[in-house]
Design a protein around this ligand. Structure first.
Ligand code: OAD
Length: 232
């Protein structure tokens, strides 16, 4: 399971790191809640278009690549991410479960109809109107106070119940319900491995804490697993 930290070395800011985290510079309630969107849709739109531009500039780092490699090396592997970027897919990971949606997808805030964004709409000061019902279009990401996509949560929870090991990478472990997945796995008998430069709530319960950057630790881990597989 990954969080914003796995994309940090691709130049994508995390949320809660002091100084550089988005929530230390911007107001989450204003920019990432249904109430904030209702109050000032233009402000929310412009902020997400700015972030979309940032994500389009970013390229996968060795951490993303190593997770795609680990999936190939393991008999069964599920990648669950809280990230709204597409860096896992760009690195070659298939079937990524996005718990918090995707910043590359858009839908109507009222009728939920998918919306394909045009170049003109991207540069606009306010969100476009839905072609079906005329309400405002919003990014298809999960905002504070909203439910997560139930199918993704169900699949992630089922995997947590049956997995042998859960590798938790670059998440503060502060956002519910994603934060529960490693705990569910641990209770079901799995080994929990946390990869993070900083200790936190996940490392506190993890069986193994690999302290450091995921772009440095994960390639070593993938190499070690590859060596085991080939008897090296
Ligand atoms: P956070 O910003 O809360 O946490 C980022 C984590 O990444 C921290 O624990 C950092 O120590 C760690 N980190 C920083 N650099 C790293 C690196 N190079 N390698 C590995 N780890 C590193 O981000 P998330 O836990 O993903 O929700 O946040 C969870 C959710 O909160 C996000 O999905 C977002 C946010 O509000 C929504 O947008 C719904």
């Amino acid at each position: 399971m990954t969080g914003a930290g796995v994309s940090a070395e691709s130049g994508v800011p995390t949320f809660r790191d002091a100084q550089t985290g988005l929530w230390s510079r911007f107001n989450a309630e204003e920019l990432a809640s249904p109430q904030g969107f209702e109050r000032d849709p233009g402000l929310v739109w412009r902020w997400y278009m700015w972030r979309l531009g940032q994500l389009e500039e970013a390229a996968p780092n060795p951490g993303h690549g190593a997770l795609a490699e680990l999936a190939r090396l393991c008999e069964s592997f599920l990648l669950v991410t809280q990230n709204v970027d597409s860096l896992h897919e760009q690195a070659g990971s298939a079937d990524v479960l996005h718990l918090h949606g995707s910043l590359f997808e858009f839908r109507c805030a009222a009728c939920a109809a998918p919306h394909h964004l045009t170049e003109g709409e991207r540069g606009a000061d306010s969100p476009p109107a839905c072609g079906l019902c005329g309400d405002l279009v919003r990014p298809d990401v999960v905002w504070f106070g909203e439910s997560l996509p139930w199918d993704a949560v169900g699949d992630a929870a089922a995997a947590a119940h049956r997995c042998e090991a859960v590798l938790v990478v670059g998440t503060s472990g502060l956002v519910y319900p994603a934060s529960q997945l490693p705990l569910i796995a641990r209770q079901a008998g799995a080994t929990v491995i946390d990869v993070n430069p900083e200790p936190g709530p996940i490392s506190a319960v993890a069986d193994i804490f690999l302290q450091g950057k995921s772009g440095e630790i994960l390639p070593d881990l993938a190499r070690a697993v590859a060596d085991l597989r080939t008897g090296g």
